[in-house]
Design a protein around this ligand. Structure first.
Ligand SMILES: Cc1cc2nc3c(=O)[nH]c(=O)nc-3n(C[C@H](O)[C@H](O)[C@H](O)COP(=O)(O)OP(=O)(O)OC[C@H]3O[C@@H](n4cnc5c(N)ncnc54)[C@H](O)[C@@H]3O)c2cc1C
Length: 441
């Protein structure tokens, strides 16, 4: 019931095939594109935006046409993030945008320019695409054999601000430090999209808005609170066991995170190349906006040198002229250290601990934050997203699973090695099309 599963369902129904069920373990579908709502606004629990899709993301463009986000080649204005979009707090003041522009030495400036030139060359190569699968070329396989931080060192990049920015990007998109990220994936982050594209596309509830629209289209096929705990192959397909229920299926689209396969499928080999980053998100209900040292509220706010990733304001896309109450979604990838240990830390520490850690981070900039917040809800996600560790992108194991045909097909975004909306949607639609081809030839 995440974006991959919902997208498979969308494709099946769109092609007129309705004889299927989508089993979701949670009460609310959406996975990482789930949302919440209170008396002030809807807000995201994890994914909160989609960059304006490029020409290769055909399925995403098709979906956005269906949903009225793309009309006659134009992006619907009210879904494009309004200005001011991003702000960074550094050296006691604010700047617009997240790439540091204040306090740079000539060496920093030179390195930011030089790396942008390199990214631009990679972009022109056409190999760093979204979806990943459509551009992947062995020409750049060596980049998957070293970490992004080693690549930076090899290229002579040693600016502290550049390293902070690169690490911020890796933590934000991959939940990992640059030293734990494949250089190929790091370069992909910066080289897969045209720099002058507008956007991104966003909604108060983040990608929960897309989930909602998909649920309107495929909701009648969904069974929630149905955790699949066993799948066995049969002569004509598979048996699925969820709670007390047993389902007989000709085909199974396995849209849950792929690392679960050895736990659910009989005789499925152990997986080596699927590493996941743990995350924590929190939704803070604010009865008023805190002191911001003169800066205008933005959609996305980041603090230099924070262990967390900042927060997104759910009321930013509101058309109301006066906004006093809001919800902030606070993002924190536990990137430093081993994922398994950090999952343990996530589990052991309680709400009071995380609440204090979050407020402590925020009050460095918003000194009156404690007087503004009336409620904090926290979500702990142990295997939140696939981590594109060194070797993950060209991993044979991963690519073999994504190319499987047969009765059991995989479709989670983790098959791409990077976790973004477009990859989840691509694998969901592809899996549905494989099923339809086998059914109808
Ligand atoms: C904190 C965070 C922020 C993010 N922000 C963005 C963003 O802004 N933009 C973006 O593009 N991407 C973002 N992502 C990436 C996000 O993971 C993808 O965009 C996408 O939502 C992944 O969808 P999926 O279907 O592949 O996986 P998931 O969302 O993980 O879906 C898997 C589904 O399977 C269900 N499931 C698991 N096990 C079982 C079982 N045994 N039985 C039944 N159901 C089961 C789960 O409950 C879940 O609903 C973010 C991720 C995180 C963690």
């Amino acid at each position: 019931g995440g974006i991959a599963g919902l997208s498979a369902a969308w494709r099946l129904r769109k092609r007129g095939f309705t004889d299927f069920v989508l089993l979701e373990m949670n009460a609310q579908p959406g996975g990482n594109a789930r949302w919440g709502e209170n008396e002030i606004t809807a807000y995201p629990w994890a994914a909160h935006y989609v960059p304006v899709p490029g020409p290769k993301a055909e399925y995403v463009r098709e979906l956005f046409e269906d949903l009225g986000v793309l009309k006659n080649g134009q992006w619907e204005e009210r879904y494009l993030a309004y200005a001011p979009q991003e702000r960074l707090f550094l050296y006691g003041r604010w700047q617009e945008g997240i790439e540091p522009a204040v306090g740079l030495t000539p060496k920093d400036r030179d390195q930011f320019q030089r790396i942008e030139n390199l990214f631009s060359e990679f972009r022109k190569s056409g190999s760093f695409t979204v979806p990943v699968e459509l551009g992947l070329s062995s020409k750049f396989q060596d980049l998957d054999r070293i970490s992004f931080s080693d690549w930076l060192r090899q290229q002579g990049f040693d600016s502290r601000l550049l390293h902070w920015y690169i690490n911020y990007a890796c933590r934000d998109d991959y939940g990992a430090l640059a030293s734990d990220t494949s250089a190929w994936a790091g370069i992909h982050y910066f080289s897969s999209r045209e720099s002058e594209e507008k956007g991104p596309l966003t909604w108060p509830e983040g990608n929960g808005w897309i989930t909602r629209r998909l649920l309107e289209r495929v909701g009648e096929n969904i069974r929630t609170t149905q955790m699949v705990h066993r799948i066995t192959q049969t002569r004509r397909g598979a048996s699925l066991f969820a709670g007390e229920m047993e389902f007989q299926a000709e085909f199974v689209i396995f849209a849950a995170p792929t690392f679960l396969a050895p736990y659910l499928l009989e005789n499925f080999p152990r997986l080596r190349d699927f590493v996941y980053s743990p995350w924590l998100t929190a939704n803070l209900t604010l009865d008023r906006y805190p002191e911001s040292r003169g800066a205008e509220p933005s959609w996305d706010t980041v603090f230099l040198d924070s262990p967390a990733l900042g927060y997104v304001d759910a009321m930013h896309q509101s058309l109301r002229t006066h906004v006093d109450r809001t919800v902030w979604t606070f993002y924190w990838a536990l990137a430093e250290g081993a994922p398994a240990q950090n999952r343990q830390v996530l589990l052991e520490r309680d709400w009071a601990y995380w609440k204090e850690a979050i407020l402590h981070d925020l009050e460095r900039v918003h000194s009156d934050i404690r007087q503004c917040v009336s409620r904090i809800d926290i979500m702990r996600m142990g295997h939140a997203m696939i981590r594109p560790a060194v070797g993950a992108i060209f991993s044979e194991e991963r690519r073999r699973l994504s190319r499987l045909s047969g009765r059991i097909l995989f479709s989670n975004s983790d098959l791409s090695g990077i976790s973004i909306f477009e990859e989840a949607q691509y694998h969901g639609v592809e899996a549905a099309q494989k099923v339809l081809r086998q059914l109808h030839g």
